[in-house]
Design a binder for this molecule. Structure first.
Ligand SMILES: C[S@@+](CC[C@H](N)C(=O)[O-])C[C@H]1O[C@@H](n2cnc3c(N)ncnc32)[C@H](O)[C@@H]1O
Length: 296
């Protein structure tokens, strides 16, 4: 330690750095977001706008692996291809209105439990799970995952399997020690969470606490897979402008260790200029595979 720590701050102007240095002896910087401000921000979250911003071109362009969505899908496909991460239940934390993150996972678990804090997101997800008209079209994502998994599986079979295994869509709050309200027994064999914890935590300490809360959902020896934003301080979802804890790769390593997980793999992706569309100020994406140690 050099006597300095960094603290997150609110959405900066263009070109400004996203983290502010704080030196001992100076007044502690005020946190720009609080749990209450975050909750209020999420009241304005528009699932359709969020899907447009992140899951249509240019970000969801399958013509090249250089784009961010194919990168995320490949991380997940390669990790699940090892066959090591499997079991009865996988919980996806902060699923939002999206299912792309479950496409490789669904082959390895009897039940996928989706979760989100917002009813509007759980409803959007339910529309897709029930195959209702007007649901978001995830078929390009499913086709791409079938292609990279390379088993020649018809994409409609994967779509059907995910719908069958998506058993429950539950409310969650990662800021509670028991995020689902009541303990899930038996505990999950694996957890997945994409772009949730840093987007719902007022600061890095809360991010670490939320990660530790997720640990309560997982059996000893269980796996956790995290996708998340690097260097992001805000994102847009329609009228909502949500503050994000700007994380560096080292923060992700430190947070996983502090929350009691053993890191297995960490990959990073730098957001190319063409994908910096103004819907957020993300610098890159991380993918982490970690494991909860066996007890005793
Ligand atoms: C950036 S979105 C991520 C959505 C999706 N997983 C993805 O990969 O695009 C963050 C999600 O966290 C959810 N969320 C907000 N507050 C939360 C909380 N306290 N606990 C769990 N999830 C929360 C939001 O409703 C939203 O769906």
């Amino acid at each position: 330690m050099d006597g300095a720590v960094t603290a997150p701050r609110g959405p900066p102007g263009p070109g400004s750095d996203k983290r502010r240095r704080w030196r001992r002896g100076e007044p502690q910087p005020l946190a720009m977001s609080s749990p209450a401000a975050l909750r209020e921000g999420y009241e304005h979250f528009d699932p359709r706008a969020y899907l447009r911003n992140n899951y249509l071109p240019p970000r969801a362009d399958f013509s090249s692996e250089e784009f961010v969505v194919p990168w995320k899908l490949r991380c997940l496909a390669e990790t699940f291809a090892s066959g090591e991460i499997r079991g009865r239940t996988l919980i996806d934390v902060g699923t939002g209105p999206t299912i792309y993150q479950l496409l490789s996972a669904c082959d390895h678990f009897e039940e996928i439990v989706a979760t989100d804090y917002l009813a509007v997101n759980r409803e959007e997800l339910g529309r897709w799970a029930r195959g209702e008209p007007g649901a978001f079209d995830w078929s390009p994502f499913i086709q791409h995952v079938c292609k990279i998994e390379g088993r020649g599986e018809p994409w409609q079979d994967k779509e059907r399997r995910l719908r069958q295994r998506l058993g429950r869509i539950l409310p969650i709050d990662v800021h509670r020690p028991e995020p689902l309200g009541t303990p899930l027994r038996p505990r999950a064999d694996a957890l997945l969470s994409a772009f949730c914890l840093e987007a719902v935590s007022p600061d890095r300490a809360a991010f670490v606490r939320a990660l530790a809360h997720l640990g309560n959902l997982l059996r000893p020896g269980g796996h956790v897979l995290l996708l998340g934003a690097l260097g992001e301080s805000f994102y847009l979802a329609g009228p909502a402008r949500l503050p994000v804890v700007p994380l560096q790769e080292s923060d992700v390593r430190e947070a996983l260790a502090a929350a009691g997980f053993a890191l297995r793999e960490l990959r990073t992706y730098a957001m190319p200029p063409a994908l910096r569309t103004g819907v957020d100020d993300v610098d890159g994406v991380f993918f982490a595979h970690a494991q909860k140690p066996l007890e005793g």
